[in-house]
Design a binder for this molecule. Structure first.
Ligand code: HPA
Length: 245
């Protein structure tokens, strides 16, 4: 069982063999290492040195690279802003659903009528493993925004009626993984309260939070990797076949 990790800069960067994976969407750099008996492949979501901001990430290439490597499971790691006072900065949030406010291209299937079911947008097995691996995990709805700017207070006042946290990278990553038949679940570090819930937002504060919580996230991900079953018995891998018109 090969496991993929897609992380923001600074998350889960491990020593290992550097490889380059070809895809029809572009080449992707990955790091391969062993975690127990598992083969793990890490892709830095934004490319080397955080070159690409969230709206310009090559999500299609990243997911296709995981597919070409043979990864059956992906854990996505990212930071989010909290829209709820009860979800404090420093918390770990495991989304159970999302709302897409991006303007992105969210499919691999441009020439075929395939409508994947997203009633349960994350792999139920991997998601549960992440929740169980996390002490005091917060769960709820992730509102995906286009970025790269942060949100206005009015936007957050609206978004918080729909969801719990706000972030820029879950979409289309989770959707493309499902289209590719890869089990996907997400673990988010809450780095700040969203606009209007705190005085002002500073990028330094967001960076500081992930410096502080990086090791905790790595521990959770390592624990989760051990628990992922060798054989999949969820329906994620059939999504495209079942969605074909
Ligand atoms: N908004 C959007 N994305 C984010 C935030 C935020 O407040 N914090 C970290 N990622």
């Amino acid at each position: 069982m090969k496991i993929g990790i897609i992380g923001g800069t600074g998350f889960y960067e491990m020593e290992g063999e550097e490889i380059e994976v070809e895809t029809k969407y572009g080449n992707v750099n990955a790091t391969h290492f062993k975690r127990g008996k598992r083969d793990v492949f890490f892709i830095a979501r934004h490319g080397k040195a955080h070159a690409k901001p969230a709206h310009a990430v090559n999500y299609h290439a990243n997911i296709m690279a995981m597919k070409n490597i043979g990864a059956k499971v992906i854990i996505g790691i990212s930071t989010v802003g909290s829209m709820k006072k009860s979800i404090k900065p420093g918390s770990i949030f495991i989304p159970n659903d999302f709302i897409d406010f991006t303007k992105r291209h969210t499919t691999f299937f441009d020439n075929e009528a395939i409508h994947i079911d997203l009633s349960e947008p994350f792999c139920p097995v991997v998601r549960k493993i992440l929740v169980n691996a996390t002490k005091n995990a917060k769960e709820g709805v992730y509102v995906a925004t286009e970025g790269p700017r942060l949100e206005t207070k009015a936007e957050i006042a609206m978004f918080k009626k729909f969801g719990d946290v706000v972030g820029m990278t879950l979409v289309p990553e989770a959707i493309l993984a499902r289209e590719a038949g890869i089990c996907y679940a997400s673990i988010c570090l809450v780095s700040n309260y969203a606009a209007g819930l705190q005085e002002r937002l500073s990028i330094e504060e967001i960076k500081e939070m992930y410096r502080k919580r990086k090791v905790a996230i790595e521990k959770i991900v390592n624990k989760a990797i051990e628990k992922i079953p060798a054989r999949r018995n969820c329906r994620c891998r059939y999504a495209a076949i079942e969605g074909k018109l």
